[in-house]
Structures are given as C-alpha cells and as structure tokens.
Design a protein around this ligand. Sequence first.
Ligand SMILES: CC(C)(O)[C@@H](O)C(=O)O
Length: 577
Amino acid sequence: MTGETNGLRSRAWFGATGRTGMAHRSWMRNQGFGQEVFDGRPVIGIATTWSELAPCNAHLHRVAEAVKRGVWQAGGFPLEFPALALGESLLRPTAMFYRNLLAMEAEEMMRANPLDGTVLLSGCDKTTPGLLMAAASVDLPSVMVTGGPMLNGKYRGQDVGSGTHVWKFEEDLKTGKMTQEECYFAEGCMARSNGHCMTMGTASTMACVAEALGMQLPGSASWPAVDARRYEIAQEAGRRIVGMVEEDLRPSRILTREAFENAIRANAAIGGSTNAIVHLLALARRLGVQLDLADFDGLARPVPTLVNLMPSGKYLMEDFCYAGGLPVVLRQLAEAGLLHSEQITVTGKAIADNNAQAECFNREVITTIEEPFQAAGTGTAVLSGNLAPNGAVIKQSAVSPHLLKHEGRALVFDSPEDYHAVSEDPDMDVDETDVLVIRYAGPKGYPGMPEVSNVPLPTKLLKAGVTDMVRVCDGRMSGTAYGTVVLHVSPEAAVGGPLALVQTGDRITLDVPARSISVDVSEEELDRRRAAWRAPEQKYKSGYAWLYTTHVTQAHEGVDFDFLTGSRGHEVPRESH
Ligand SMILES: CC(C)(O)[C@@H](O)C(=O)O
C-alpha cells in the first residue's frame, strides 16, 4: 500500500515513497511493528495523561492497553503518546494554570503526528477539558475515555468522599474533634483505589459532561477505575474510533451549541461542579459556538437536581454507577423534553437513542424528575451586579439556606494568605454576619484562578459552632466543597474589577433569588477609588508565567489563552526533512 493515499492523513507519512516515507516507517519499526501496520489502516493516537504525579490518572497506562486491543480488533494501528498529566492535588500554583498548556501541547502533537483519529485518556479535573479543547482545535475524529472514579472512601464504617471530607476533617482537626494521628489514618481511607475523586467533584463532573456532550461512550463516566467494565468500555472505545475515522465523525459535528446545552442541563441534574462552567466556556470558544455565562443560569433553571451525591448530597460515584449512572439521568432529561434528543454522539447515534434503555436501580441515588433530590432552579446560579459586572457564580446546593439573601460588612483580604495569617487569631474582629472578600485570586492575579475561594471560617467562629459565612472571591472552588461562596467574580481584582475597590466596612448584599451581588458604594465613590487604584506590578518578565498572565482571558470567557480561541484544523502541508 506504500504510495497510496486512501484519503487518510496518515498516508502522507506512512504511504510516502522514497527517502521520506522510508524515514517515517523505518524508525517506527524499531518498536517491533511489521511492515503490515503501514498498509493503509487508520492510525489512532492514544493521548495518555498518565503520571505518578497525577494520582487520579496513574492507571491510565492500563486503560490505554485496553483501548489498543480495541483498535487492533477493528483494524486500526494504535500508538500511545503522553499528554501533559495535570495532578490537581499536587500542582502549584494550581493545575488550572496548566490546563491551557496541556490543551496547547496536545493540540500540536495531534496535528504534527501521522494520526487519523485520537482517543483521549483523562481523569483528573483539568485533563478532561484540556484534551477536549485540544481535540476541538484539531478536529480529528476523537473519543474520550475518562479513567473512572475511586471506590467509595470508607472510614469507621462510614462513606467518606474525596475532597468533601478533607474540609470536614480539617474542621474536626481545628476544633479538636480529631487528632492528627487519626487524621493520617482517615486520609488514607479516603483514597482506596485507583481513580479520580468519587464525589461529584470536578473530575466526576467533567467525566459526566464529556458523556453528555457526546464525546464519550454511554455509561463511560461512572464505572469505577478498578471495575472490569472500565476496561471493557475502553476497548469498545478503541473499536469505535476506527469506525469514527471511517465515518469522518469529528468533534465539530458532535460539539454543537445543542451539545453544550445538553451538557449544561446534565451538569445541573447531577449537581455538578462550578468548574464545568469555565471549561465549557473555553471549549465552546474553541469551536466558535456562541455560549455565555448567562446561558448556564437560563438553561439550568428548569432542571431539578436528580443525583444525590456529595458534596450536595450523601452518596458517591460507586453508588451512582450501580444505580445506572449518567444514562439514567440523560434518559430522564430526554423524556422530560430537557435534552436535544437528536444530538449526534461518538456512537454515531443520537444521544436519546444511546440511553433509551437505561434503567434506574436505586431511586435514593438517582431521583425522578417528579420527585427530585432538589427542586428546579436551585442549581448553580449566575449572579451580576456592581461587584461583578461580567458575572459571578454560586452553587446554590452548597449554600446554607439562611444565607441565600444576606447583607453584611465586608472584611477584605488581598490574598488567601493574608486571610490565613489572621483566621486562627482568637481575637479576630469578625462575626458570622460579615462577608469575607478574598481577592487577587483570579486568572491573572494568582495566577491561574485556583480553588481557594472557600477559605475555612475563622477558627473563633468554628469553635462557636458557626458552620457557614458568605465569602466572595475571584478564584474558583473545588467541586467537592460546600458553603455560601460567590465565585469567579469577573472582572477579577487584578485587572481592576470592582472587587479591587471594595474596602473593609463596605456593606455587601448577596441576593441569590434576584441573582445579584452588590456593594453599597455609590458609582461616584467607586470611580474615585478606581482612579486611585494601581494595578499590581507584572511579576513575570519571561517564561510560561509571563505568557499566561499576558494572554489569559477572564472567568466569563473561559480562562483560555486569547490566541488559542478557535479551531486550527489538522493540515500540516510541509515535510520535516
Ligand atoms: C482536587 C479536587 C477535589 O478534585 C478538586 O479540584 C475538585 O474540584 O473536585
């Protein structure tokens, strides 16, 4: 087949005659591949975000082996390659700082190599959106396989959820309910197997979002990482990608405005992480799909929360999987007219057809639309007002009901560190009606918009039994966290957003039903303060941090790099030698 093109882009490499074709094939043969792999079969790249430094993705090599089996079975030629592995629990200043770097390097590697299709292996929070963004910008047929959640955490006979119980254990440590020794034991019990967070944190959310977008096979989001079904579905994905190449089924056909609407509604139904908002906004912009922050409120309002999982509820991903997983949720949404049923997915079929047979095996975990876990309109809300002219978000299901409408004195901190420096002081001037403002934690300011917004309450108040306070921040929050926290305030303080102008003592009003967040300071006074405000000095003069802080966009735009917006396709017309 050397010399033939057969329409596959890999033929430009492996089908070439003469010196260049020889070079492309010969070095590959050092891995033991025979000449027959260059016979014109589709070449499938398996982007593996594996790393021992990304614990949620540490098993992806094994998942890749299952994908490869499927690709071979279907007559393709699988080639695994590394993509930047972003481990949420270790990376500083935050894994979010590197999401765009993953998206950029994976995009370039997909384009630069002789690939006809890709399988995207992700797990931890940022690896799922990062790979989807890359695939969207290259637009080669692609299917995602997420690595699956860990088994339920088990501690002293109780289910404990990754992330969610970190905050609880921290409070217990601070109030003396738990010793440090006991906590060391408990933290091990929280992470019992391979996989990502088994709460409905960001990793599980993004896995479900990828499935609702139509980018992974039905049921793929929820099988535990160690379940044999995870490997079975990975193998199926390997078979399917070969078919997708034959059908030329690309991300641009799957990731339409309708698919995003489906994902937003699915995210509302699962009580998903607020982080899905920034990732979906960024992904939509890669495809030229019009999507705004306000869409997240409008589209989610008629959707009740159906899934009773931590942090909003009490169960975990294993329970969700055994109850039937996302297919049940998607079927129910479709039957209620809350889904674009005809939207095409990686199966080549419509999303409603994929899930038409889904059965629920536990109504405690996945409730019905008629008797939902939480009523419609109580999901993540988008706020605006003079404190957040370009918007902010709040996860209502994580909020204390008595704080949904609240007015209080602002206590302003220019960094989380400034707050932590005083938060344990028994004489701290604070009471539970105050509003903690944590700023300069946005995309440019921190940099990277980390998950620091849900700062723990002042120890003095925790000891007095206070469980929640209003917090306002231009950063993000872990998907596993809870509390009355106004997040993603845009524009951020570091670019001179009004958050930068608030002073301790100002009155802040949060009114979630009215979707507003405001500071009781006149426009004239804000203008006066704005004129006196000085932008923080650009600390980074070179390197990635310079690139990041120079080009990152705001929260309401998806926190992507301005120069990465859009799709650049997969053409590389020039030879390398
Ligand atoms: C590290 C976590 C807990 O995964 C967090 O990043 C989340 O948002 O869920």
